[in-house]
Design a protein around this ligand. Structure first.
Ligand SMILES: [Zn+2]
Length: 375
């Protein structure tokens, strides 16, 4: 089983990359959804365009067979690029690269899933499989509307393959950190910095003290990071500041760290430097990590073995970035991510994918799906 129809892939690629579909662009995302709906329907799949949550985020669900499905193929149709981007910077090819808004993250990956299934249709293998596709439209804004749909759909599938970009030199993603954020507000008391320093409570000094405690949360061995990324406080040089504020980006790899980190932040006011300062903390860890499990590693092994059969080596990475794979892993479904086209520079104008990864990844995924079917 070998995918060879690169021209057809590139025609599809040009069409969907040149369709603007920023998160929030309901009409644009709907156009992309209709493109895939047509193609999946043609293969005999049952397709629905769903509008979960606020009704403004089109999601495409396509299914073949009955649950529990052998696999879920998961991706997102939205990009970070605004309306007009495709006209300014249309799909283009040069040497071994395709460029354009969302080529890598992740319109190329959506097409890997489509063409892999079309390849299986041609060989007559598709009918022997049960598969569920879910393409959502708000991943780049945290999947706030599609999150329950993704998690509920994942529970009807035995495993999840996510088509975020494959990393350079064919590295899939087998772990993703989870994470969240915290905001810390300190209220002290204003006073003349020169005349009455004893009458003030310096919110900036208090916050500096807390920031140094937060820094101690970082634990490379556990895969936990807590980084104070934004800070403000004070107004005039001769006034002791009454307000200071900081924001913290938190990432965790070990699910147990959620408790430790959240406890730390919610008990932070107990560790204050000045008895009179008031400390308010809001935030939480809202994305669980996608951790490797024996079941997810078994899928990884199968993918890597198929790649070796095809004559190339696949590696695996852990990343600090989150995807919808975090959601499917959080409900206990084995998940492997990074199965789209090989590329880099997501969310940037110099985003690209490697053209020679098209036949490799489509062939690989079709073989992997065939092997996973029925197991
Ligand atoms: Zn993405």
């Amino acid at each position: 089983m070998e995918f060879t129809d690169i021209d057809r892939f590139l025609d599809d690629f040009k069409h969907i990359v040149n369709t603007d579909s920023a998160s929030g662009n309901t009409a644009g995302i709907l156009k992309v959804a209709h493109f895939f709906q047509k193609r999946f329907s043609r293969m005999g799949m049952v397709c629905d365009i769903l509008l979960p949550g606020n009704g403004k985020v089109p999601c495409l669900k396509a299914a073949l067979g009955n649950p529990p499905y052998d696999m879920m193929l998961l991706g997102h149709m939205d990009t970070v690029f605004p309306e007009g981007e495709a006209a300014n910077r249309p799909f283009s090819l040069q040497d071994n690269q395709a460029r354009g808004p969302g080529v890598c993250d992740m319109k190329g990956g959506l097409l890997v899933a489509l063409h892999a299934l079309e390849t299986l249709k041609k060989t007559g293998d598709l009918e022997k499989m049960s598969v569920c596709i879910l393409f959502n439209g708000d991943e780049e804004t945290g999947s706030t509307q599609s999150r329950p749909l993704i998690m509920e759909t994942a529970k009807t599938c035995r495993r999840v393959l996510v088509f975020e970009p494959c990393r350079p030199d064919y590295h899939l993603v087998n772990q993703r950190k989870g994470g969240g954020w915290f905001h810390i507000d300190v209220t002290g008391k204003e006073a003349h910095a020169g005349a009455d320093p004893h009458k003030g409570v310096n919110a900036v000094v208090e916050l500096a003290h807390l920031v140094s405690l937060i820094q101690d949360l970082n634990d490379e061995n556990l895969g936990t990071s807590a980084q104070v990324t934004v800070i403000s406080g004070g107004d005039k040089i001769n006034i002791i500041p009454a307000h200071a504020r900081a924001s913290v980006d938190v990432r965790i790899l070990d699910p147990k760290e959620k408790q430790r980190v959240e406890d730390f932040f919610f008990q932070l006011s107990r560790k204050r430097l000045f008895a009179q300062s008031v400390i308010q903390v809001v935030g939480r860890i809202d994305r669980s990590p996608m951790t490797a499990t024996p079941k997810s590693l078994a899928i990884q092994d199968l993918i890597m073995a198929q790649a070796r059969n095809m004559g190339f080596v696949m590696g695996a990475i852990t990343t600090g970035g989150c995807s919808d794979g975090n959601l499917t892993a959080s409900v206990g479904i084995p998940t492997i991510d990074g199965l789209g086209l090989v590329g880099a520079n997501s969310h940037r104008k110099d985003e690209y994918v490697e053209l020679d990864s098209i036949p490799k990844m489509v062939t690989l995924i079709s073989r992997v799906c065939r092997q996973l079917a029925g197991n």
